[in-house]
Design a protein around this ligand. Structure first.
Ligand code: MF3
Ligand code: CO
Ligand code: CO
Length: 276
């Protein structure tokens, strides 16, 4: 059986750099998210920024897990009822749309993976609340991270918060270990029971990336082999950070100047900033 890798100090330095760069792509693209722009144009801008400004490689491009066809673009743009893995294309964004942009860069062999929600013009009250609750879900999960905690503690806390709000947690996709490999052990479920699954150890790095639906949790896959939508066509939201388990708790690696602040319930001393 494969096990969860423990990163070296050198790995951690590389992951801090990759994480910050991934977050900075999201900082860069935010102002371009406006009515009339296409998801393909947003992808093109991100791709150029990664390649020409950062010197990073977009990890999704040609990514091909077993059973999949190669992913054709540099980013994922998941609009409205798209849960994840939306392929950028000629879809024109209009006022009231909400979308997740998911960025994974490779720098010096290390992966940084982060996503945020964006509103096109003015969001509906539902879309705004769903995005806020999902953001809290991500941070509630992150806040559980410390040596000795179990992955089930994160999943349970996330699921409780989502369901208390009347929303549901997507089960088919999860967070993941990450490093020199895009997706590695462990699987980080966004539902579960406290005290179950792997015990956390300093030096583990994984993502927390809950997908929360306004309606039922069931999903369906589109014919393109990638795009996942809610089965009931309800809105779906997602936020993602890459996080290191430290001796005392956690360090979020996908930080940048433009990232939204953590919710008020987060202890700022654990929300480390990154050495440049
Ligand atoms: N970035 C996604 C994640 O958070 C994975 C996207 S795979 C892709 O794990 F090929 F669709 F890009
Ligand atoms: Co991820
Ligand atoms: Co991602």
């Amino acid at each position: 059986m494969m096990s969860i890798s423990i990163k070296t100090e050198e790995d951690i330095q590389g992951m801090r750099i990759a994480g910050r760069l991934a977050a900075e792509v999201l900082d860069y693209i935010g102002p371009f998210v406006k009515p009339g722009v296409t998801t393909g144009e947003l992808d093109r801008l991100c791709h150029e920024y990664m390649t020409n400004v950062q010197g990073t490689i977009p990890a999704p491009l040609n990514y091909c897990p077993p059973g999949y066809t190669p992913y054709p673009k540099a980013t994922c743009t998941s609009v409205n009822d798209v849960v994840c893995h939306g392929i950028p294309g000629d879809k024109v964004l209009k006022n009231g749309d909400v979308l997740n942009i998911d960025i994974t860069v490779i720098k010096d062999g290390y992966h940084g993976d982060t996503s945020r929600m964006f509103f096109v013009g003015e969001p509906s009250i539902l879309a705004k609340r769903l995005s806020e609750i999902t953001y809290e879900c991500m941070w509630i999960g992150i806040a559980k991270i410390k040596p000795g905690a179990h992955l089930g503690d994160l999943g349970f806390a996330i699921q409780q918060h989502a369901e208390k709000a009347g929303y549901s947690v997507v089960r088919e996709f999860c967070g993941h270990g990450i490093g020199k490999i895009f997706h590695e052990e462990p699987q980080v479920l966004h539902y579960g029971r406290p005290g179950t699954l792997d015990k956390l150890v300093p030096g583990m790095i994984f993502t927390v990336e809950p997908m929360i639906n306004a309606g039922r949790r069931e999903i369906r896959e589109m014919g393109d082999g990638w795009t996942i939508k809610t089965k009931d066509r309800s809105l779906s939201a997602q936020w993602e950070h890459t996080v290191l388990v430290t001796e005392t708790g956690y360090e979020v690696l996908t930080v940048s100047a433009g990232m939204p602040p953590p919710p008020a319930f987060i202890d700022p001393s654990k929300n480390s900033t990154v050495p440049a």
